[in-house]
Design a protein around this ligand. Structure first.
Ligand SMILES: Cc1cc2nc3c(=O)[nH]c(=O)nc-3n(C[C@H](O)[C@H](O)[C@H](O)COP(=O)(O)OP(=O)(O)OC[C@H]3O[C@@H](n4cnc5c(N)ncnc54)[C@H](O)[C@@H]3O)c2cc1C
Length: 384
């Protein structure tokens, strides 16, 4: 990256930090508690260019590097994680179209995704298939120039307020191995595409996560991602590196935000005649927390820099996601302990960090699965 570009990108990260402090922090608690969608915040995100953050300038985006993107996500999540979900799944879809789409698909969708006129969700998970995506049952049957889609999806974020879903389907349900019968379709809302309703969640509130049903929904064959059937599983796997960097960044952001709150409280709260940070037990927590935050950030940087160089980074992205998400869950929990009884009051922001944190350990590859990915990659790279 040239010095000028580096300075521009750093200036953008700083601008997002200022925006998050000014616009998100004061309203986060109220939106979270009301579980209300932050429409005005979305308009501000459009103005900031966040919906085109990683889309190439050729298609109207800012073309930011993955590391700059990760830093933006950390800044937002360190204040309020939920809004980062509004542009994260969207940018995963944009990256999938830019990397795998036909030129017509890129020209048709990317400029409108970059402005936020179109806002995207990614539809992989089904009621009976999350980690084991090859077990999905949503089927797209070819009929003339269209695919006719039937099935359902579960836990799809951005699907109520967004207008486009990148949908993983079976175009050949009998194929063996199973992944060869999977494809991705770029689906705009229309007859037969039903958003069943916003799911009630313990955390990551305000943001729309929904069940989707497809009942003879028709989509033109030109909306088959890349124009070739049977590549859906490969396209999904390709998107996981950036997806894992972004979820790891959300975790690291939660960890950093929880640490910040804990550092302040530990200096304000006194017991036994001194601020609680002066008790060794609290110091041990703060030391472990900052070490986890900084460790996660270094792993994220390592993965993102490799991604930007176009190198394979599945091991690095998995480690960054694991470290970031576990840092988020652990730091939020440790901060709760530092806040003592007040952590349990909904008047304090820390309980939101605690409720939001656990999701990062589950989404974009549950950490149990990721540990297996890491171990297998490790053996592959160090075969004797
Ligand atoms: C709030 C929220 C938002 C979401 N947003 C989206 C979205 O926008 N789009 C989308 O497609 N999905 C989304 N998801 C779904 C999410 O990606 C899945 O929940 C996740 O992939 C796990 O799948 P599952 O829930 O079916 O769990 P399962 O796959 O049933 O796993 C259950 C448990 O078993 C473990 N396990 C499963 N298989 C193995 C194995 N082989 N070895 C070891 N352990 C294993 C898992 O680690 C986990 O602990 C969202 C989920 C939530 C909760």
């Amino acid at each position: 990256m040239t010095t000028d570009r580096h300075q521009d990108e750093q200036a953008f990260v700083d601008a997002i930090e200022t925006w998050a402090e000014k616009e998100l922090r004061p309203v986060a608690k109220a939106f979270d508690q009301a579980d209300e969608y932050p429409h005005a915040i979305v308009e501000q995100m459009k103005e900031l260019g966040l919906f085109g953050a990683t889309i190439s300038p050729e298609y109207g985006g800012l073309g930011l590097s993955a590391w700059t993107y990760a830093q933006i996500v950390i800044k937002v999540a360190s204040v309020w994680m939920a809004p980062s979900g509004i542009f994260n799944s969207h940018l995963i879809v944009a990256a999938a179209i830019e990397r795998n789409g036909t030129e017509e698909q890129k020209r048709h969708f990317l400029p409108r995704l970059a402005t936020g006129e179109l806002r995207a969700s990614i539809g992989l998970t089904e009621p009976n298939a999350g980690s084991d995506l090859q077990a999905i049952r949503t089927v797209a049957r070819r009929e003339g120039d269209d695919y006719v889609v039937n099935g359902s999806k579960m836990w799809i974020t951005n699907s109520l307020h967004g207008n486009l879903t990148l949908l993983l389907v079976k175009t050949d349900p009998q194929a063996q191995p199973r992944h060869k019968g999977m494809s991705m379709l770029i689906c705009e809302k229309g007859p037969g595409f039903e958003v069943v309703g916003k799911l009630k969640k313990m955390g990551y509130r305000s943001i729309d996560t929904c069940e989707l049903r497809f009942d003879n929904y028709r989509v033109h064959e030109s909306r088959l991602l890349g124009g070739v059937e049977g590549r859906g599983f490969v396209h999904t796997a390709n998107g996981l590196e950036l997806g894992r960097i972004n979820v790891g960044a959300r975790g690291a952001g939660i960890a950093e935000g929880a640490l910040k709150l804990a550092l302040r409280y530990a200096q304000e709260r006194e017991t036994f005649g001194k601020p609680i940070w002066q008790h060794q037990a609290v110091q041990l927590k703060l030391a472990d927390m900052v070490t986890q935050v900084e460790g996660a950030k270094r792993l994220l940087e390592q993965a993102a820099v490799k991604y930007d160089r176009g190198e394979r980074c599945d091991l690095e992205a998995a480690m960054a996601k694991l470290a970031g998400s576990e840092a988020g869950a652990n730091c939020a929990q440790e901060a709760m302990r530092i806040f003592g009884g007040y952590s349990y009051s909904v008047e304090y922001d820390i309980e939101r960090f605690y409720r939001d944190a656990m999701l990062m350990c589950i989404g974009e590859g549950a950490n149990e699965i990721l540990r297996q990915v890491i171990a297998k990659q490790l053996i592959d790279r160090h075969r004797i």
